[in-house]
Write a protein that binds this ligand. Structure first.
Ligand SMILES: *Cc1c(COP(=O)(O)O)cnc(C)c1O
Length: 400
């Protein structure tokens, strides 16, 4: 962080962030350190850097100045001591679980999570003899129902809020208190909110995960992930997993995320404002049976969302009265909205979780997670909301 801005507000930090290290140039924007390795002046210098008695860079899988800048900025935004940038959001999720859980251990997770996270927890952790104990939506905010799942072998609690794709809201402080009672970390996937709207660590979480692919990058042009936490936790995750399993972020991607972050606040403000307008419009539409958006007072956990989020972000889901067949017609009829997975981009993206992002859930699992077969998810972009509404309106008009 530049010394001139230490008392500045968060919006200012997001723009100015951290000063560039290892450069003496006068660039406004720090250069991209596209290098795999770093030179040493002589053998004693190399030895000192490898031993850690002198600061410096060795090799870009372990550390890189551009990636470092992003890590420092993300730690600043999440209010943690440190952060790691990873190759993808999924590698951030996997790195945390694989570095904290051993064969015979278990983790306790909400059941409504990103489709890839669900596949990892439900299908793949078993091959390492790590069990996932799922909490179902009706119990997300019921400590008495979650508590019995936690035992001496539980290594972490995991949640996503707002949850993908149903926009369920999970009470972070309630889960943090449970984690604290058992002396284990609470891990929160903060992708849907971004650090501008929600600060899990301030609510008691120990580790925050992001898919940087979404709002942090914000332009749909990279895949990346973030893990934020205190120094000892980040060191553990780096040394026991990331450094040697190797899911490092490319300096070029780190540079693009740093560029994206500069506009995070203005983008989030627009995403939130447009999403509220569109959610309210959808709620009154005669062909829509239900809208899932935490900003609506009709949302079951609107009060918890209002307590832990600054605003309600840009993602919503809805059910069409005609069910899945009519839903497919709408997906085929939209013109401005783009049929694609992912979220948090400048463009409005629309998708069908049961056949796309959450195809990893078997039909009975979709039901348990509260994902209706016809549910449609919308990530509201930066277009004018009137145009997005006009597009949805003409698509809904295609249904007889
Ligand atoms: C996209 C996403 C992920 C996975 O991130 P990738 O960058 O695609 O690997 C994890 N969690 C949530 C909530 C996501 O939306």
């Amino acid at each position: 962080m530049s010394k001139h801005h230490t008392t500045a507000k968060e919006e200012t930090h997001i723009v100015h962030g951290v000063s560039s290290c290892h450069t003496t140039s006068m660039d406004l924007v720090p250069p991209i350190h596209m290098t795999s390795t770093f030179k040493f002046t002589d053998q004693p210098h190399a030895q000192a850097v490898f031993e850690g008695s002198q600061p410096g860079y060795l090799y870009s899988r372990i550390s890189n100045p551009t990636v470092d800048q992003l890590q420092t900025k993300m730690a600043l935004l999440e209010g943690t001591q440190d952060a790691i940038a990873t190759a993808s959001g999924m590698s951030a999720v996997a790195s945390v679980v694989m570095s904290l859980a051993r064969p015979g251990d278990n983790i306790v997770s909400c059941n409504t999570v990103y489709g890839g996270t669900f596949a990892l927890y439900h299908d793949h952790l078993a091959q390492f003899n790590i069990e996932t104990r799922f909490v179902y939506p009706r119990d997300y905010n019921n400590a008495d129902a979650i508590s019995p799942l936690i035992n001496k072998k539980t290594r972490l609690l995991y949640l996503e809020t707002p949850a993908n794709p149903t926009l369920d809201i999970v009470d972070i402080a309630l889960w943090a208190a449970l984690a604290d009672t058992h002396g284990i970390p609470l891990v929160v996937d903060n992708t849907f909110a971004s650090p501008w709207l929600q600060k899990p660590v301030a609510l008691g979480a120990e580790i925050v995960i992001h898919s940087a692919t979404k709002y942090l990058g914000g332009h749909g042009d990279i895949i990346g992930g973030i893990i934020a936490g205190d120094n000892s936790m980040i060191t553990t995750i780096k040394e026991s997993y990331v450094n040697h399993f190797g899911p490092c972020m490319s300096p070029f991607n780190a540079w693009l995320v740093l560029r994206g972050l500069k506009t995070l606040v203005v983008r989030m403000e627009r995403h939130c404002r447009s999403a509220m307008t569109i959610a309210q419009w959808l709620e009154t539409h005669p062909k829509i049976s239900r809208v899932y958006y935490p900003g609506l007072s009709s949302h079951a956990n609107h009060a918890i969302a209002a307590k832990q989020m600054k605003d309600f972000s840009g993602i919503m889901a809805f059910d069409i009265k005609g069910g899945i067949e009519d839903g497919k017609k709408v997906l085929n009829a939209v013109k401005l909205c783009t049929l694609a997975v992912s979220l948090g981009d400048c463009e409005t993206l629309i998708q069908h979780p049961a056949s796309m992002t959450h195809a990893t859930y078997a039909p009975e699992e979709l039901k348990k997670a509260g994902i209706s077969p016809g549910l449609i998810r919308l990530s509201v972009g930066l277009e004018h909301p009137d145009d997005i509404i006009a597009d949805l309106d003409q698509a809904l008009a295609m249904i007889s």
